[in-house]
Design a protein around this ligand. Sequence first.
Ligand code: MSP
Length: 649
Amino acid sequence: MKYYITTPLYYVNAAPHIGHTYTTIAAETIARFKAMQGYEAVLFTGTDEHGQKVERSAQAAGKTPEDFTRIVAEEFQKQWESLGLRIDRTIRTTDPRHHKTVQWLFEQCLKNGYVYKGSYTGQYCVYDELYVNDAKPGDPCPECGRPTETVTEENYFFKLSAFTDRLLKLYEDDPGFVQPESRRNEVLSFIRQGLQDLSISRTTIKWGIPLPVEGNHVFYVWFDALIGYMSGVKDDPGMWPADLHLIGKEILRFHAVFWPAFLMAAGQPLPKKIFAHGWLLFENDKMSKSRGNMLRAEPIRRVVGVDGLRYFLLREIVFGQDGSFSYDALIGRYNSELANGLGNLASRTLTMIHQYRGGAIPASAGDEGIATVALTTIRNAVTLFDEFEFSRGLEAIWGMLSAVDRYIVQQTPWKLAKNPDAREALDKTLYTSAEALRIATALLAPVLPDSAGKIWSQLGMPEPVESVRLDALTWGQLQGGQKIGEIAAVFPRIELKDAVARMQGFEAEVSAHQAALLGKTAPAAGESPAPSDGKQGSSDSKIAIDDFSKVDLRVGLVLSAEPVKGADKLLHLKVDIGEPEPRTIVAGIAEAYHPGQMVGRKVVIVANLQPRKLRGLTSNGMIVAASLEGGKPVLAGFLEDVPVGARLK
Ligand code: MSP
C-alpha cells in the first residue's frame, strides 16, 4: 500500500535554513518509518517559486526571476543531498508540468461553477501575498504587521463561501483530518466564523502561472503552490490523494481550509491528514535574519553528523509544539545519549563478543526480563512513532538501553569470562545485550539511518536494516553463530567548546556563501571595516568610484518605529530593504521624528555596515540623514516613487 507524504514547497526568496530542514527531516523520518511498516512510502518536497516576493528578491539581487529561482532551488537540492535525505519526488513550481496541473485544476473549478470574475479593491500585504479583509489604507497586515498596500484589480474569485458547511462536515466526520487537536480547533473556529470568497488571480504581478483565460492574469501563489502536491505525482497512478501533508503551523489555514475547498470544487479526493508542527526557535527566540540568529543545517552536520542533528531535533522538541535549538543542548544530548548511551552500548557489546567469543554471537534465549522490556519497547516505540510522537518514542528506546546497561553491570561479564563454569551465563549476557542492541537499532533506523546502518553491519546482520518489518520485529531473531563485523565507534565524543566554535565558524562560512548566491553584498568573512581616522569623508579627500561602490545604499520602507527605553534620541525601527526579513535599525533621530511619522516612509539605508549593539538592540544598518550643525537630523528621501530594496549608485 502506498503512503504519500509531503513537506511544504519552500519559498525561494531565502536560502534554506534549519527551519526548513526540520520539516524535511521529520517528513523523511516518517517516510522511512512507514517503509519499515511495509508501505510503499513516497516522500515529496520542492520549491515555491512564484509571486511578488520572489520577483522583488530577484530584482534586489540584480538577477532575473528565472536565474534567481534556479540558483536558490539548486541550493535546496544540494542541502537535501548533503543531508542524505531520501526524497522520491520533487517539484519546482516553475516547472511546466506543474503549470499544466494548476491550469487543469482551475478549469475543473471553473467548469463546476466555483470560479467567477469580479473586481477587487482592497488592502494587500505584499510580504504575505494576502488580501486583508476589512482593512483601511495603511492598516498593518495581521500576519506580519507590515503596512498593507491599496490595490484595485479585476480578479477571478474562488467561491470559498460555498464550502463553509462542507468543510465543517469534513471536520466532524474525520476528527483526525487536522492534527494536533489544538490546531484542529483553531481551524474549526475560523471556519465557523463563515468563509469569504477568495481572489485567486492577480494582474499586478507578472511572475506567476498564467490563467487559461484572456487577459494578463496570473494565479495567486496559494492557488499555485498547493497544487504542487498533485503535480509532483501526476504521472503516478494511484498516488493521489496524499496520506499526509506535514507543515509548519503558520501555513495551516491555507492547507486546512483553502486546499480542501479547491479540491472539493474540482471534484478531487482530499488529502487524508494534515499535521502542523510548531516552530523551531533559536535559544527560545524566533529565528530571523534581522535578529542575526538564523541557523543552517550544514554547519551542524559537519560537526555532529546528520544523525546527531536528526536525533536532536526529534528528541528535544515535542513534535507539534514549539521548541528551541541551542548548541549546548545539542552537544549535551549528543554526548550523553548518543556517544555514552547508544554508542557505548554498541561498542561495549561488540567488543565483548569479539574478545570472549571470537566475534561470533553466542547461541542463547537471552534474559527473560530484558526480553520483556524489549517487547514492550517495540510496541510502545512503534505506536508513538505512528502518532508522530518522536520524542516519547525515542525516550522509550533509551529506557530500554538503560535497562540493558544496568543488566550488563549486574551480570559482570568481565568476571564471568574468567570463570570456566560461567560459560552459559556469559553466553546469555552477551546474547541479551546484542539482541537488545539489534532491536534498538532497527527501531532507530528511521531516525538515525546512517548510524543504524553502521551498527547493523557491525552486528553482522546479513540484510540491510531498512528491510526489517517493524510488525515482525521480535525478541530472539538474532542468530547464534553469526559473525560480527568490524567494530568502529559510531558516535565519537565531542568537546563542547571546540564543537560550538567550529559550528559557528562554519555558520559564518555558509551564510556568506548563501548571501553571495542571493546577490547580497554581505561583507566577506574576515573583512574589517574601513579605518575611521577622522579624515574619511572630509570634503578634500577624494575616493575612487570603487571605494564608493563598497557602500551598499538601499531604499528602505519603515515598517514599524518605537522609542527606545531610556534613550531620548533613539528610535527602534524595522525597515524592509527587499530582504526576506526586515532589518532592525536603531537610529538617533527621535528628537527630530516621532514614531508615527516614520511608519510607511521610504528612507535610505546603509545596508552593509557591521552590526552594532545599542541599548541591548543589535542595529543592523544605518539610516542616512543630513546632520545639521547644532540642528536636528533631516532624513534623506525621494520625490519620485522608488521600489523598496533598490540600490543607490
Ligand atoms: N511556500 C510556502 C508553502 C507552500 S506549500 C504548498 C511557505 N514556504 S516557506 O519557505 O516559508 O516554508 C515554510 C515552512 O518551512 C514551514 O511551514 C515549516 O514547515 C518550515 N519552517 C520554516 N521555518 C521554520 C521554523 N523556524 N521552525 C519550524 N519550521 C519552519 O510557507
